[in-house]
Design a protein around this ligand. Structure first.
Ligand code: ZN
Length: 313
């Protein structure tokens, strides 16, 4: 449960594989809230109580360099909790420090009770515990983030300070979303992707939420009515909850802690289903490009209104 050690005492509130049976190769996706929450739950159940014996780094930089002093600062500390806010993992260690981790585009945490002799490629941090088990951070594309932060300073950390509320810890309401969207001229799809408004939603779940809500992704956020925001709020809670239950969606890099793909892919109603029939009405799903990212929607269930913004087919 994201609520138990939850993102409470912390800032204000706030991944493509192979879907069975289908050769889906062109969609690149990143881990979103359900994938990160799946990793969080597994880490919480596995590494809490273990003491860090050593950390070895590859020396290669991620989105920003992994601080060289991290291994010395982490050594000897016990993991006390694994929390999450948006797409960030917060691995608390005793002595008031927290390992802040973002999976970027292709990051994963893997746990080995008995680590193999050969190291896999692209492992940039190797955390060894007192009992010989290891936790590896693997990230081929190196857009992830890993650093140690004093726990009390998390709320002011530049990575977290501007994040909006986490939609699992604080489920959005139609009224709240409508207030946030007042006067906003970007598309509702871009609105949902903006981590400053709601933290954790990415490209996959934005398309899925808007389909559940019956809202055209090209509409300007500020033009939506209250009833539409109510449906988007309900769709957010439902889609993210169902995806967490199925351990997320795997399109490329994302794996659980045990190197398994997520199982939500078969439940997707629109994402990466261009030209396939809508699971609700049978009309062909359309793919457009908004801000260089693919959006998938059903032109029949998600009817355009006059104010829709253009999307490139
Ligand atoms: Zn439809």
């Amino acid at each position: 449960m994201p609520r138990d050690p939850g993102p409470r005492n912390h800032p204000r509130g706030h991944p493509a594989a192979l879907t069975p049976g289908a050769a889906r190769r062109h969609s690149v996706s990143m881990p979103e809230l359900p994938e990160v929450e799946t990793v969080r739950r597994m880490l919480h159940a596995t590494v809490v109580g273990r003491t860090v014996a050593s950390v070895r780094l590859s020396g290669l930089r991620l989105r920003s360099p992994i601080p060289a002093g991290l291994p010395a600062r982490a050594r000897g500390r016990r993991i006390t909790a694994v929390r999450r806010t948006g797409k960030y993992l917060l691995i608390d260690l005793d002595g008031e420090v927290t390992l802040l981790s973002h999976l970027g585009m292709s990051g994963r945490w893997l746990f080995h009770a008995r680590p193999p002799a050969a190291l896999e490629p692209h492992v940039h941090a190797r955390v060894r515990f007192g009992d010989g088990a290891e936790m590896w951070y693997q990230d081929p594309r190196r857009f992830g983030l890993l650093r140690l932060v004093t726990t009390a300073r998390l709320a002011r950390d530049p990575a977290l300070v501007r994040l909006g509320p986490d939609p699992i810890a604080e489920p959005p309401t139609g009224a709240g979303l409508a207030a946030l969207a007042r006067g906003v001229r970007t598309s509702v799809k871009a609105f949902l992707l903006d981590q400053r408004r709601v933290a954790g939603i990415g490209n996959i779940y934005a398309s899925e939420i808007l389909h559940r809500a019956g809202v055209d992704p090209r509409r300007r956020a500020g033009t939506l009515g209250r009833g539409e925001w109510d449906r988007i709020a309900a769709g957010t809670t439902r889609v993210l909850g169902e995806a967490i239950d199925r351990m997320g969606t795997t399109f490329s890099a994302y794996r659980t802690l045990w190197n398994e793909p997520g199982a939500y892919g078969e439940r997707l109603l629109v994402y990466d289903r261009a030209d396939e029939p809508c699971r609700r009405c049978g009309a062909p799903i359309r793919r457009i490009v908004q801000a260089q990212r693919s959006t998938f929607y059903c032109p029949s269930c998600q009817k355009a209104r006059r104010k829709a913004l253009p999307g490139r087919a």
